[in-house]
Design a protein around this ligand. Sequence first.
Ligand code: NAD
Length: 413
Amino acid sequence: MPTVKPVKVALIGSGNISYTYLNTLVKGGFNIIDVVGCSDLIPERSKARAELFGIRQMTNEEILNDPEIEIVINTTQLWNHTAVTRQILEAGKNVYSEKAMGDTLEGAKANYDLAAAKGLRLGCAPDCYMGAAFQTARKLLDDGAIGRPLIAHAMCYRGYNSHYAAGDPADPAAGSAGTTITHDMGGYYINVLVNMLGAVNRVSGYTKFYDERVYENPRHPRYKEPLAHEIGGKRRGDTVMLGALEFKNGCFGSLTFCSEGFFPEVPRMEIYGTEGILTLPDPNNFGGWGNDVYLTRVGNAVNGKNEVFRVPFTHGFGDTDPSIPTLSGKREPCYNSWRGLAVVDMAYAIRRGRPHRSSAELALHTVEIIDAIEHSMQDNKVYTLHSCPERPAPLTPGFFGGSIGEASIDNIL
Ligand SMILES: NC(=O)c1ccc[n+]([C@@H]2O[C@H](COP(=O)([O-])OP(=O)(O)OC[C@H]3O[C@@H](n4cnc5c(N)ncnc54)[C@H](O)[C@@H]3O)[C@@H](O)[C@H]2O)c1
């Protein structure tokens, strides 16, 4: 069997979520990936990650100037994504960014154009749609289990620390435009919808920001002060959104986000077809451990009730046991997931000369949809989208487990 030259990868932004990426890419058994090192503006963070995973602690400059590194992962905070991704592209390297692709449509589009002009690959999280639950659901839909899909329903109701924004509430940029729930969570739901139904054509909707709210987190420097919708002349992102989607395939969908409430989080995703209903789990996970796929078949009613099946996964890459301790011995977010799987896909795509699944078009789609729904509210208009991503190619069913050899992972991806 011919061997494939591993793709050298480095990571910028060694905070919380970098653990999960490094766990997947260093420990996941993917021979195509060679993680060289990681950096952070706060060197203690990159040092800790480098030591834990046996990689080099590097500076951003060392990563960007290393001619051998082909993919750089951007796991900085949302409000740094646009600038850091631009730096990586300008250094001539392929980028895989955490979501969202940018905090404004203009910034995201500029990086999309820059990547295209330079012939570089750009991809973006979330990649949970590649997980066991969503690939199983995709296969069911493609195999006709719900007949013709008609309506999709996606909702995320989640409280944030400060009840207004993602990220550390003490950080002044948290909650600025492009960092509220819509940009923070949109990609999870939109990537799954596109994986199932293809691109969205037109959107409209309503968004809202509750001006009468006060900062409710005692950690916040403005504790008890009223929330301003504008800070320093910059408008904050909205915290409630109800969007109407028209897909290219003719389906309609609803997209609802609300961060004005309190935990626990309520994620809901359903796809209704002529012959059945698919109920999907939280798209912030890969599947398993209570995140299951349910199929309701119409026409199977017994005693007036439809039959509901919990469907066994046909695909690998479900979440791993959440009770297994982390390598660091500390609580690490999402550590039992396969975040970073799309980087493995991008690495194979580079060597095979094929498109990568988490495309720049897919990433731009999320930012464009959210931005257009906000504009629809302001302008009282329906917007036709410019971005039109392909449905990412499905993964091959029947492969389970993580540490599988290069040959079989190449077959799956
Ligand atoms: N924490 C989670 O549970 C979680 C889950 C999924 C996705 N994400 C996403 O991952 C991204 C990072 O989140 P996080 O929780 O890891 O944030 P974090 O604040 O813990 O880490 C971000 C790190 O990036 C560093 N950084 C910022 N700008 C930099 C620059 N120019 N060069 C080098 N380093 C820089 C910061 O110093 C920080 O250590 C966000 O987009 C977030 O939405 C987070």
